[in-house]
Design a protein around this ligand. Structure first.
Ligand SMILES: C[S@@+](CC[C@H](N)C(=O)[O-])C[C@H]1O[C@@H](n2cnc3c(N)ncnc32)[C@H](O)[C@@H]1O
Length: 282
């Protein structure tokens, strides 16, 4: 396991994924009933964008930094406010920090909500413990995220979101994701599932989408953002999310906010967002 998210924190893919996660949490937070967040590949929780790793790639400059600096259309600004306010709040102390999914989820939560974060890498897990582990609502496990999909579902709260965000550094991540989703959905059919995937190898992405559609789960949304018109097999040209059971407002919200973000997050200003149903309610 060589992957370290600190090299990529706050990049265009993170912005897309975290903006969507924030909308899902805003929806879940509308009801008083508690919800659970299961983050199967949690990372280190908070990242320093002036740290050596982030500075080596400068990926956040083409991601969160651009978005924070840009004037956004009012409708998109309103939808992005919870996410961007959480980023700004973390920087209130003067350091250029960025919240990973665990810190973002916590920033948007209420006292009754609960969090289960899995992180296999020892050093990343130690950072996560240090950064969010004091919160009594949080449990951090040194467990394989794929196993957690069966072991910890359904949650006691019976409502919540499962984020599956593996590093895609090993072969077989796409089929593992499909199998993990199938098993998890059997246990928690009403849960919201968000599966992140890289858009690099278009044939692999096509096969993945087909395999997800073949599961015939009701309400499967495909959300993609292209940030490079020139594709190569070794660089990310876009970022995707499969979302099962999205809140009924989410597809429209994501269209609005990703259409505003696409030109900002693309390398040539020609970025494109796609939000479409792989399977509809049925
Ligand atoms: C893409 S990063 C997570 C980023 C995080 N979800 C966020 O949005 O801020 C993936 C993380 O998964 C961890 N990881 C890799 N394989 C894992 C596994 N099988 N189970 C749990 N964690 C794993 C890596 O160490 C890495 O920190």
């Amino acid at each position: 396991m060589n992957y370290r998210h600190a090299f990529h924190a706050g990049n265009a893919a993170d912005v897309m994924k975290h903006a969507a996660l924030a909308r899902v949490l805003a929806y879940l937070g509308k009801k008083d009933a508690p919800y659970r967040v299961l983050d199967t590949h949690a990372g280190a929780g908070i990242y320093d964008l002036d740290g050596a790793s982030a500075q080596r790639t400068l990926e956040a400059d083409g991601g969160i930094e651009k978005v924070l600096a840009a004037p956004l259309p009012p409708a998109a600004a309103e939808l992005l406010a919870p996410y961007l306010d959480a980023v700004r709040a973390l920087r209130a102390g003067g350091r250029r920090l960025y919240p990973g999914s665990p810190a973002l989820a916590l920033a948007l939560s209420r006292p009754q909500d609960r969090f289960l974060f899995c992180e296999l890498h020892k050093e990343e897990r130690a950072k996560l413990e240090k950064r969010v582990g004091d919160d009594p609502r949080v449990k951090i496990l040194a467990q394989d995220g794929w196993q957690a999909l069966s072991a910890h579902l359904p949650p006691r709260e019976r409502r919540g979101v499962v984020l599956v965000d593996p590093p895609f550094e090993e072969p077989g991540e796409f089929p593992r994701m499909v199998a993990g989703l199938e098993a998890a959905h059997l246990r928690f059919a009403t849960g919201i599932f968000m599966l992140w995937y890289p858009i690099k190898d278009l044939r692999a992405v096509d096969a993945f989408r087909r395999d997800v559609a073949r599961l015939r789960l009701p309400k499967t949304l495909r959300v993609e953002l292209d940030f490079a018109t020139v594709r190569t097999l070794d660089a990310l040209s876009g970022s995707g999310l499969i979302i099962i059971n999205p809140p009924f407002t989410l597809a429209e919200e994501l269209r609005t906010l990703l259409n505003a973000l696409a030109p900002l997050l693309s390398r040539d200003g020609k970025g494109r967002a796609r939000v479409s149903w792989l399977t509809a309610e049925g």
